[in-house]
Each structure stands twice: as structure tokens, then as C-alpha cells.
Write a protein that binds this ligand. Sequence first.
Ligand code: SD4
Length: 333
Amino acid sequence: MSTRRKFLFSSAAASLATLAGKKMFAAIPENTIKNDPIAISTWDFGREANAEAWKTLSSGGSALDAVEAGVKIPEADPNNNTVGYGGFPDREGHVTLDACIMDEQYRCGSVMCLEHIKHPISVARLVMEKTPHVMLVGEGALQFALANGFHKENLLTPESEKAWKEWLKESKYEPVINIENQQHLPGGPYNHDTIGMLAMDAKGQLSGACTTSGMAFKMRGRVGDSPIIGAGLYVDNAIGAATATGVGEEVIRIVGSFLVVELMRQGYTPKAACKAAVERIVSRNPAKAKTIQVGFLAMNKKGVYGAYALQKGFTYSVKNGKEEKIMKAESKW
Ligand code: SD4
């Protein structure tokens, strides 16, 4: 190619890139911190989980170990009514837990509708590491956990049981927007929600974990997005990672976390990708989208992160070598 042709070619390419950039990234300020490692988690209670993950990340440990250790904090917290021990039960009084984990090699593991085990995330990790499978559910997941040294525990705390019995009086089954940040619900000063955590370690490797007791007082056997790879969590070490919180059915319908990662692959910033996924939910059923909450949280391979939700009130927690903070996500409404 002649020098002049080369010049014209590269100018045209640059203009196109600028145009594409304008279209995709316009007016979306990004929260950018580029010093690895980093842990980000859904909701304000992600702060304690991030702090635990940070012990691993700051000592040169892997993102996989960090996310597992991190989400075990809310799993063990009896005052957190939407994750692990102390989680609100299903409508028949059973606490059933869902969790999944994914690492930088596209390895993943998941448990669904697991009862009596306080740390479903660790069982999910064992499914990933010890079996040729991705998912184990219900009785089979419990059997696998018990065979691998986990112990049966009663996960229904007196507070959760009281809340369930209160709920039974009306048996109103309806997701409540931002239930996780409402202060006056039974069971504690804050009624929290699913934790999804994404981390990048000192080697720049990404991993993620997601764990929940699901929607409060759900139908027996109901499973949401959280333990479904691609819906509640997805990690592509070449591109980035994403996780979701809120009404799982709407996240599953659009394969939300995978969608966010694929949009980042196309060049969207994490926040723009989360926003586009939220818009996808709105486009499917605008009337319904107004009545529910869904939030996405994402991080790309450079440690740039962002979030977006349907409704106001979605918060997320960030921890890196420089700072620890809780952010308010922007929202559609
Ligand atoms: C689910 N996404 O089971 C989870 C739970 C949740 O607000 O985040 N609820 O659908």
C-alpha cells in the first residue's frame, strides 16, 4: 500500500472508531480504577464480603479463592435474610440455597435448591473441581456435599421462621423492589439480597461467585438466575465478568450476565453493557419491568467496573488497594 493510501486508510479507520465510540459510550461516565487487584460485590453488605476477599487478593492469592472466601461471609450471617444461613425459607418453610462459581479457565460449578448446608458456594466449587459436571440439584447436591465432608445444619433461624409465619397469614407472593435495602422488614435492621462478587487478582485473572436463598417465600423447588451460569454470573477471562441481582426470572429470560459480557466483548464499557441489558429487559415487557428490580454489575479485563439497575436503590461495593466504597448504581427509573 502506498504511503498516501495507508494514511487515508488509517484516517478512515480512526474516524469509524470515533463514531462507534461516540455511539456506544456517549455520556456514560465510568468508575475507573486500574490498579489490580480488585473485588466488587452487589449491595452494601458486599463491603464485608469484599474485605474478606481482599485478604486473599492482597496477599497474592487467586481471584477464585477470593470470591469463594468473600461470599462465605454473608452466607454465614444469620442477619442476612437472602443469602445462606438465616435466609428466608420457601413457602413451605424450607431454606433452599442456590450458588455458582466460575474461574478464569471457563471452569464452573453450581448447586441449586440445596438444603441444610451453610456454604453452598463451597459445594459449587467442589462440583466444579471434583466432578465432570456443572450443576447438581436438590437431594443429589446434598448427597454430594455430605460425601465431601459438609455437615447438615438447620439454616432456619428463629427470626426467619417468625417472618415466614407472619407471611403465611396473608401468603402474598410478590417480589418487593429493593427488599434488600428496606429497613423495617422482619428479621433484622436490613433485609439484604443475593450476593454476586467479581474479582481480579494480582495476575489479572478474573473469577466470580453468586449465592442466594432466592426470592423470599418462593414456591417449593423454584430456582432463580443466581446459580445459572450465564444468567446470574458469567466470567470470560479474556473480556470481563458480570453478575446479577433481583428478580431472577427476568434475568434468565435474557441470559443477563452472559449478555453483559458479550456486549463488553463488542466494546461496550461495563456500565454501558449493564444498561443495555436492563434495556433488553424493559423491551421484553415494559409494564412488568416497572414493577420489579434487576441490577447488573460488571467488570472488564482492565478492572474498569460499572453497574446499572431497573429501579433506584441498587448499591454495590468496591474494594481495591486504594479504597473501599459503596456506590449507588444509576437506574432506568
Ligand atoms: C433469584 N436473583 O433467586 C435471585 C434473588 C434475588 O432479589 O436477587 N432477589 O431470583
